[in-house]
Design a protein around this ligand. Structure first.
Ligand SMILES: CC(C)(COP(=O)(O)OP(=O)(O)OC[C@H]1O[C@@H](n2cnc3c(N)ncnc32)[C@H](O)[C@@H]1OP(=O)(O)O)[C@@H](O)C(=O)NCCC(=O)NCCS
Length: 169
């Protein structure tokens, strides 16, 4: 990665070709274009991209993305991926931090993740997501179970003082 500035911004329809290219490199069973368009069309949603900027805009690179939808009373993290050569440089963290900024600290937030996906589970746990059951054989391609995770607002302390935001340790 260069020292070019990186920004997190709203995912636009025009980003979708580059998002799908990463999606195909990141997942054995990638989302279709139609699935991304459906998520982007929802009025309540947090859809983000991480972009590396160059003075020559044609050289700007899309590094990763995140899709989070609001259903009923909770935010659902639907998809997150960083281009494989650019992982472990804080980009997933930057996208999740921005999601929490936009969706609000109290959420609540939920997601499903393959039980074998240790990198993603470690990232989610750092943001205060905790396991809350499994969906057996949830992933049709491999028959793998999904771990359900939730991140809920902290309970108010007994002194009545406002609760602290979740730590990102
Ligand atoms: C999961 C994913 C988005 C993480 O993105 P990332 O940019 O690499 O994450 P970060 O660099 O912000 O990592 C933050 C922390 O998460 C944990 N983590 C991330 N990748 C890890 C790995 N391979 N092994 C162990 N812990 C890992 C670490 O605690 C890490 O902090 P550290 O680097 O200081 O140790 C990325 O691995 C990815 O795109 N995976 C493929 C797509 C995917 O599985 N998405 C989730 C679907 S539910």
């Amino acid at each position: 990665m260069t020292t070019a500035p990186i920004t997190i911004r709203h995912l636009a329809y025009s980003d979708l070709p580059r998002v799908i290219a990463i999606e195909r490199r990141a997942f054995p069973t990638p989302w279709s274009l139609a699935m991304f368009v459906l998520e982007l069309s929802k009025p309540l949603g947090v859809c983000l991209v991480a972009v590396e900027h160059h003075r020559d805009e044609a050289r700007s690179r899309l590094l990763g993305y995140l899709i989070c939808s609001r259903y009923d009373e909770a935010w659902h993290l639907m998809n997150i991926a960083i281009d494989p050569p650019l992982r472990r440089r804080g980009l997933g963290t930057a996208l999740l931090r921005e999601m929490l900024e936009r969706g609000g600290p109290d959420g609540p937030y939920t997601l499903e993740v393959r039980t074998s996906n240790a990198p993603a589970i470690a990232l989610y746990e750092r943001f205060g997501f905790r396991p809350a059951g499994t969906r057996p054989r949830y992933y049709r391609d491999t028959g793998e179970d999904a771990m359900i995770m939730w991140r809920t607002a902290p309970a108010p302390s007994r002194t009545g003082a406002p609760g602290q935001p979740h730590s990102e340790q």
